[in-house]
Design a protein around this ligand. Sequence first.
Ligand code: F6R
Ligand code: MG
Ligand code: MG
Length: 365
Amino acid sequence: MRVTLSVIKADIGGYVGHSESHPDVLAKADEMLGKARKSGLLIDYHITKCGDDLQLIMTHQQGEESDKIHELAWDTFLAGTEVAKSLKLYGAGQDLLSDAFSGNVKGMGPGVAEMEFEERKSEPVIVFMADKTSAGAWNMPLYKMFADPFNTIGLVIAPGMHAGFAFEVHDVKEHKKIILNTPEESYDLLIFIGAPSRYMVKAVYSRETNDIAAVSSTQKLSLIAGRYVGKDDPVCVVRAQGAFPAVGEVLEPFTLPHLVEGWMRGSHHGPFMPVAIPDSTPTRFDGPPRVIAAGFQLADGKLVGPRDMFADKSFDLARQQANEIANYMRRHGPFEPHRLPLEEMEYTTMPQVAEKLEGRFTSLE
Ligand code: F6R
Ligand code: MG
Ligand code: MG
């Protein structure tokens, strides 16, 4: 059967500050999506959180970018915002950047990753969710999963993967996209996705079967709002096994807590720390940035799961390393490369400071 997996998320209020989500907000979302499952609009759903972000994981047969599904997500965020407001949670409704719903939540604040596919005989999927970082944080892990044989041995020895994968890359500043094929175009690909604040891997496709393998949210809040309103805190869905990387190959890139942008005030580089879902509570300097992984088996669209994939002890060392890197980076205080470079600061306080001091800059000549 054809099924659509939609992951739609928003920060609609933090508890305490920007560190966590309140259970009452999750309960409200559960009530809303429960009704939609009962009515038949959803096949199934799972509500979770990553830090201060509410995550709606939904299966249905309405296809990608369905008005009905997006409206359901929007209404759920609005209802959750009411709860957040009643508790005076921090930044209640923060990511809902528009008052009027227009049929699609894209461009309105929430992050969206959706894929429609023919459910296989057995369909393992991993939903990655991040807090305190930007869309683009998935570039390195997705490259490793689907194009790096030192990460994914299946690229070398699994016949269904040997043909490689096609990467759909979005230039979020120029609103353009390109498809690049690996392995033969991997150097071209890396030139672009090595600059993750502008070029983002939107999707990955199997070149053996043409099937969708992965999709990520590429919404950039600062580009939508024109100013800093919180980080994107993106999500990414990956199908595993068979013609796709094995579950262990999908998770392996996260053993390196690579540096991502985000953390305090969305203005720093910090290590991407893989944690169990209950540990997605960024507190030290509002971080360090977190990533969680919820694993599911789909059964006729039913979400069997989740399994909390990063709860595994084999990620302890990555967490330890992330804490050490966090310590090292913090000691740079307001200096680059801990603090983001100027061009990435244009959506923070930088323009106001520059404007205030404009008249005091004099020529060197
Ligand atoms: C980062 C983040 C936090 C806030 C910081 C200041 O994505 O959400 O680090 O930027 O706590 O928050 P405000 O400006 O709301 O006081
Ligand atoms: Mg927040
Ligand atoms: Mg967040």
